[in-house]
Design a protein around this ligand. Structure first.
Ligand code: BDP
Length: 324
């Protein structure tokens, strides 16, 4: 016999389930560990989102890449299995062509120049394309500039010749290494330390805070300031989940991401200096490169090949180059 559920109880159940729908609990992906600026910034984003939405959107951040490597996590965000994360635009390039602008070596003159480009029309084009692909950027993080490290100085492209260099997942980076006569080795971030240690790769490239935070400095000797890539990062959210929020909640979450990004950029500046001091104290030789011209010249074929295969990217490249 089917028991009749009293009206009052049914009403309470409906109210409960409505509340459950209203509160969004998001999982956030972060590849970094404690002590990295982005970890602190993602924790701040979580606090700010909670505050700004009055608990309607809560964000639980999973640090240290425990939710998967970056290319997998990006797919998870697109599918909505992970709602949000701190992503580097490098591995987004293979998914969203427009994002590849930032993966062209030496496209930006400096970090401030990169932000001016992102804050302009080029940035809008990239953000729109990312949103369409399901990975909506809410705010941009600073990730400084990436430089090479190995057991010897890399002060000119000829120094890369014959070396196996780990790169992130993006064909532009494999072309970049090949153009200097090196052997590119795309690999997950979590595997790089062991690969350097055992000689599976001879070198890698990253910014100083990441070089420091994951202990790559413990298994190498020279960090050479080639600063060949200035790749921004984002707090990116699954587009459909974000669009499903009310306009008020969207503003609150976006505001929280933007405030967290301001905090991240402050931390980034301080911790880049601290990372350099720390790795130098640990014995790393940091090589200044007075003339980056030879590196830039070595990249001409990378641009030529890329733009002849992707002529539709020429306008974005021109836009970046014509931005002061
Ligand atoms: C770090 C980025 C991270 C990348 C990593 C890498 O913050 O997103 O996964 O480099 O080299 O600087 O894979």
């Amino acid at each position: 016999m089917i028991k009749k559920i009293p009206l009052l109880v049914t009403g309470a159940l409906v109210a409960l389930s409505l509340n459950a729908n209203a509160a969004e609990s998001w999982k956030a992906w972060n590849i970094h560990n404690d002590g990295h600026p982005n970890t602190a910034a993602m924790d701040r984003f979580s606090e700010l989102a909670d505050e700004a939405t009055g608990g309607e959107v809560t964000v639980e951040v999973f640090h240290g890449g425990v939710l998967g490597n970056q290319p997998d996590a990006l797919e998870q965000v697109r599918l909505g299995a992970i709602e949000v994360g701190n992503f580097n635009l490098g591995p987004i390039g293979p998914i969203v062509k427009e994002a590849n602008l930032v993966s062209l070596p030496f496209i930006f003159k400096s970090v401030p120049h990169m932000f001016r480009v992102l804050d302009g029309e080029a940035g809008e084009t990239i953000a729109d394309a990312m949103s369409e692909a399901g990975i909506k950027p809410l705010a941009w993080f600073d990730a400084g500039a990436r430089s090479f490290y190995a057991q010897k100085p890399i002060n000119a492209p000829a120094d890369v010749e014959g070396l196996k260099i780990r790169v992130m997942n993006n064909d532009l980076y494999t072309s970049m290494i090949s153009a200097m006569g090196g052997n590119p080795s795309p690999m997950a971030f979590s595997e790089v330390q062991q690969a350097l240690k055992t000689g599976v790769v001879d070198g890698a490239e990253n910014n100083l805070p990441s070089f420091n935070n994951v202990g790559h400095y413990e298994v190498t000797t020279n960090y050479s300031l080639s600063e060949h890539l200035i790749i921004p990062e984002c707090i990116c959210v699954n587009t459909a989940k974000f669009d499903a929020l009310s306009a008020e909640m969207q503003d609150a979450v976006r505001g929280a991401a933007q405030e967290a990004a301001v905090y991240q950029r402050e931390l980034w500046e301080v911790q880049t200096g601290e990372a350099r001091t720390k790795v130098e104290a640990a014995g790393i030789v940091v090589n200044e490169i007075a003339d980056k011209g030879p590196f830039q010249e070595a990249m001409v074929s990378v641009y030529d090949d890329y733009l002849s295969a992707n002529p539709d990217m020429t306008a974005l490249v021109d836009l970046a180059r014509s931005t002061d």
